[in-house]
Design a protein around this ligand. Structure first.
Ligand code: V47
Length: 475
């Protein structure tokens, strides 16, 4: 899958990249073929430099982080995805489901540490009722408010939302073929998201997207929702005014083209989200065409010129104010901006250890750098690119700030999806699930990379802290 670089990487500029560089200078949209060249060229440094140019155009010297906590409420899962080392069966050793006393205590600890966000995801637990999930969200918010603060709850990946629709018994009819089934599915998703939003949900994380390809899906995570359903959940969330993120899990059995198609499908979905918010396309040229196949699934079917093309990365046109909270390009955060779009793409490198795909090597550091840079270049309508330090490692995430990333995620503390031993010096020790980094370390990593650390909230608004009591904050 990964190409061996035969030419030395410092062999000089690959002139084939000149046309792409010109497009980047003009802010023109890149095509699938451009993406393929960005992956194929041995001239990695030019690719990284182009991504850095776009990143600086959007965010100047700002690099974002937040103070957050991850809460994995249960690892019991009805699925057995091959790439996953997180899931357990109910009667298996190590299976857990957190009760509300635990959730409340985690919220209290988060508030006391000054967190602004609780990121909560879990397995598809067949034993929990729907009310558990609304209670989870409400409990986190309630505890934070009781302590005179608040926590933004970013929770539940798209596959969990569909699972919730099933256990709430509102998913009936959603599997019918064609338009009828899709309408029923969207209605069911809307119902679930509305209930969660009423309970206090603030946004959706980007997990569970994996790679939008039916072959890869059927081989590595068959029981999961496919791309059409994942995109539908996010679309409905956007329609309800909830911002969402998007991930791409790469470096397993997919190939680089699958990753590019994944990016193009997200780019198209973001065009649609931004169009719903009133954005008009800049000089439409062409766009990826995503069509329904005979089996009813969405997939890449070529390129067309009829969809709106909305880019945010043109030179001289800083991000619109409500997409640019905290950006040095626009200065102060705007209040009450429109919402309902993708905020950030988070490329997630595959960790084979402990999974059924343990025999695979996982992506190299160079592949991680390149993939993040390619994502920055292809996803010209995503305001942010996150180098999730937990999976990239902090030193690599620091390097990525110079190659397209503008965000590191946050302080995290406890993370159970992948268990990486980051070792001493980056947090409170080497226990695999205890993966904490303190604010000082995040800020230091950002400054060392030549950027200005900007604390943001989940919606990328600049956070101000009370100088007397650092736990108190406002946006
Ligand atoms: O959905 C699971 C991935 C995701 C492995 O939205 C794996 O801000 C690598 O989505 N190797 C969860 N990845 C993480 C996630 C996330 C993280 C940080 C920030 C945000 C955000 C979202 O982790 C899962 C899955 O795609 N994953 N197993 C693995 N072995």
């Amino acid at each position: 899958m990964t190409t061996v670089l035969r030419e030395p990487t410092l062999a000089g500029r690959d002139r084939r990249l000149d046309a792409i560089a010109e497009k980047v200078d003009r802010g023109d949209r890149l095509s699938l073929a451009d993406g393929e060249l960005l992956y194929a060229t041995p001239d990695l440094y030019t690719v990284l430099g182009l991504a850095d140019k776009v990143r600086r155009r959007l965010h100047g010297y700002a690099a974002y982080y937040n103070i957050n906590r991850h809460l994995n409420y249960s690892n019991v899962c009805a699925l057995s995805c091959k790439f996953c080392e997180f899931y357990r069966k109910q009667d298996q050793e190590g299976a857990y489901t957190r009760d509300m006393a635990y959730v409340r205590e985690e919220a209290r600890k988060a508030v006391e540490a000054g967190a602004t966000e609780m990121h909560s995801v879990g397995g598809l637990n067949p034993y929990l009722p729907f009310s558990y999930y609304t209670e989870l969200v409400a409990t986190i918010r309630d505890e934070a408010r009781r302590l005179g603060s608040d926590l933004h709850v970013k929770a539940f990946t798209a596959v969990e939302i569909v699972h919730l629709a099933k256990i709430a018994k509102v998913y009936k009819g959603a599997n019918a073929p064609g338009e009828e089934g899709r309408a029923a599915r969207r209605e069911a998703i809307r119902w679930v998201l509305t209930e969660l939003k009423n309970a206090g949900l603030g946004s959706l994380p980007g997990g569970g997207a994996e790679v939008f390809d039916d072959r890869v899906h059927d081989e590595a995570y068959k029981g999961k929702i496919r791309s059409d359903v994942w995109l539908d959940v996010h679309r409905v969330a956007h329609e309800l005014g909830l911002n969402t993120n998007a991930t791409m899990l790469y470096g397993h059995i997919e190939d680089r083209r699958d990753r590019l198609v994944h990016m193009l499908m997200l780019r198209r979905a973001q065009d649609q989200a931004l169009a719903r918010l009133g954005y008009t396309g800049v000089a439409p040229t062409w766009n990826v065409c995503v069509q329904e196949s005979e089996s009813g699934h969405l997939g890449y079917r070529g390129e067309t010129s009829d969809a709106p093309v909305i880019t945010l990365t043109r030179p001289g046109t800083p991000l619109p104010e409500h997409l640019a909270f905290g950006s040095s390009a626009t200065g102060q955060p705007a209040a009450g901006g429109a919402s309902g779009y993708y905020q950030t793409i988070i490329p997630l490198p595959f960790f084979p250890d402990g999974s059924e795909l343990e025999h695979l090597p996982g992506p190299s550091g160079l592949e991680n750098l390149r993939t993040l840079a390619v994502a920055r270049l292809m996803l010209d309508n995503f305001p942010h690119v996150k180098a999730f330090w937990i999976m990239q490692t902090l030193p690599m995430a620091q390097l990525m700030l110079q190659n397209g990333a503008d965000d590191l995620d946050g302080t995290v503390v406890w993370y159970d999806i992948t268990k990486v031993n980051h070792g001493a010096g980056q947090g409170s020790g080497s226990a695999a699930t205890n993966q904490e980094v303190n604010v000082w370390t995040l800020q230091k990593a950002i400054r060392e990379a030549g950027f200005e650390p900007v604390e943001r909230d989940t919606l990328y608004r600049r956070v101000s802290r009370d100088t007397a009591d650092g736990r108190r904050w406002s946006v």
